[in-house]
Design a protein around this ligand. Structure first.
Ligand code: 5GP
Length: 202
């Protein structure tokens, strides 16, 4: 059945488990892809240009932003990140559902711009657990962790305007909930009607 691709926008404070949930749901849900963003941050070991991000210079990013090539963009933790309009159009036109793993500022821009997006917020079970997860990562300094915890408060307050909130306490359950949201959104009457109307004369 043909229908326009859906844009799923997923945000969360750092440490809520968003990246793992997004990766896993793409593995278990057919027809969902990860949108590749542009960023000015350095590639981490193992990251591949064009697969994880398009890694570009600040000059290139700024010139793309100035010429209106981004559907949204924002500065996150000192680096620039953005989603190209061309990326979204390609997915939409090919009837592919896409997950945008982006921060709240970018999500807010898309909320104002696109009518059909589905906004999902991933919450940690508590601040205590968030700190425990960030500590356990062992990759950040104490100052960075403190900053992320501080930012998390403001980010979590943004969750009120998202369409869905998923609490990632038990990973399997959170994954199940995320998958269920994707499957349910695919069945929305407004998305399905056009493709079935001729067949059933409705
Ligand atoms: P990281 O550098 O760890 O991959 O991502 C840092 C943050 O940037 C995450 O919160 C991620 O969701 C956000 N991010 C990644 N891509 C984009 C994007 O295209 N736009 C915006 N606004 N945020 C993004």
């Amino acid at each position: 059945m043909k229908r326009e691709g859906i844009i799923f926008i997923i945000s969360a404070p750092s440490g809520a488990g968003k990246t793992s949930l997004c990766k896993e749901v793409i593995d278990i849900c057919q027809g969902v892809r990860h949108s590749v963003s542009y960023t000015t941050r350095q590639a981490r070991p193992g990251e591949v240009h064009g697969r994880d991000y398009y890694f570009v210079s600040s000059e290139k990013f700024r010139s793309m932003a100035d010429s209106g090539e981004f559907a949204e963009w924002a500065e996150v933790h000192g680096n620039l990140y953005g989603t190209a309009i061309s990326t979204l159009e390609e997915y939409r036109n090919n009837n592919v559902d896409v997950i945008l793993d982006i921060d709240c500022q970018g999500a807010h821009q898309l909320k104002q711009r696109f009518a059909g997006g589905v906004f999902i917020f991933i919450l940690p079970p508590s601040f205590h657990e968030l700190r425990r997860r960030l500590d356990r990562r062992n990759s950040d300094t104490e100052a960075v962790i403190e900053r992320r915890i501080l930012n998390a408060g403001a980010e979590i307050r943004e969750s009120r305007w998202y369409d869905y909130i998923i609490v990632n306490d038990d990973f399997k359950q959170a994954l199940n909930e995320l998958k269920s949201v994707i499957l349910a959104e695919r069945c929305r009457t407004a998305r399905v009607l056009e493709s079935i109307s001729k067949k059933f004369d409705i």
